[in-house]
Design a protein around this ligand. Sequence first.
Ligand code: HEM
Length: 483
Amino acid sequence: MSISMGEWVTLVLGSFPLLGLLLWWWNELWYVLPLKLRHSPTGAKLPPGHMGLPFLGEIFTFHWYFKIVRRPDDFINAKRAKYGDGVGMYRTHLFGSPTIIACFPGINKFVFQSDETFILDWPNVDIVGASSIVAVHGKSHTKVRSYVVSVINRPDALRRISQLVQPRMVAALESWALKGRVKGYHEARKVTFENIGKLFVSLEPGPLLDTIDNLFTGLVTGIRAHPLNIPGSAYRHALQCRKKLEDIFRVELEKKKTLKEGVTNDLMDGLMQIKDDEGNKLSDQEVLDNIVSLVVAGYASTSLSTMWTLYYLAKYPDVLQKLCEENMAIHENKTGEFIMYEDVLKMKYTNKVVEETIRLANIAAFVFRLATKEVEYKGYKIPKDWRVIVWVRYLHANSENFDDPMCFNPDRWNEPAKPGTYQVFGGGSRICAGNLLVKIQLAVFLHHLSVGYKWKLVNPDAEMIYLPHPLPVDKVDITFNKI
Ligand code: HEM
């Protein structure tokens, strides 16, 4: 019996809906069905949601909200509308893994506090270094973290750093005014990296620092790339950049060994010299790995938050006015060119502007964890080996947590945020190790900016991009002049 052409066409067309249904349900059958069939003694179930298409999961929906319609928070709003609130957990498949999204304070806290169950699992840790703070766990992490925090995030360190960064900030602002029109993002990156050079390894601007900057750009690109070590791949290029950076930093490290202790007093010195209670020091490799990871963690985050201060203050002149008043009062009473750490502690309004900038900018939108075992939270289970994405951005953009959340309003910080709703720096034992460092840098920058300069956005209605970080498309194009 032969099948006619017409019957073939009908068969093929008729199978499309079936094929579509199969694709739509494939991930649900593959990942969810076996878990549902397994009896749970407590009756816990998987969080609501949908696992999307095979391999791709919900990546198109994610891109739809983040790249096409540019309303990133509607990715979660759509889930809440479709599946209900529950406890703020949804199942999905994103970035190549079955995933639980956590977006309410309670579940976020649970994830952050259970750090043996939910481990930090950086992709391609070989690029930042196996003994870097972000690569180690348990006791090793506690040890490395205590060294790192001592040299960048304690009052003594902050006092010193607040002095070291000001000359380059002042020089940068003067150079912007001379140019008259600048891209805030590019200039913020430049001054941030100059300060990183000075703070980390006592390097002045010049060809070596430019080389290091380029190498870091290559290195960062490879962190989230597919780990394919073949010619031309971003991963291989990142490994090569890492190797060259390590060579450069090793030369600096060896130079320091021949100098008297504390001659340069930079972060590399700090990491080399600091001892724990038993007198143990970090090894050379630990110092190098942690210098690399601190630059990775601090470079983009500090540049972007500096850029956002320019943007928000241009958009909110009333805030700028109040900021100017507070800083002028300090400026008029100070003796030298630079402000002191103690001045910054007194700058109440400036510190609220810093907090509000970091809340609204949402530079780190998500925090990634890996579930090392199956756990339950309020009747829902998080399966072993699934990724957990703590969607911190949603906390800060949710009107249940912050009134009029998209408005830049430093005065909201007259009261502390509701518990668990402000997680810009993550939480638990992995909370950002540079949170005070970035705040002090922003505060001193705001001081010099507000007392000496005026600026305007060239495109006040510029569209936003949200990936990999939030940024106006024109990179904050501004006219910039002395007052
Ligand atoms: C506005 C700026 C910043 C934001 C929003 C931010 C955000 C974060 C977040 C959310 C985490 C937690 C990641 C996780 O748990 O997986 C983190 C960790 C970290 N951050 Fe920051 N960060 C900022 C600036 C900085 C700076 C300036 C430095 C240092 C130069 C720094 C160093 C670190 C380090 C070392 C960690 C890893 C801590 C650990 O694993 O123990 N960050 N940051």
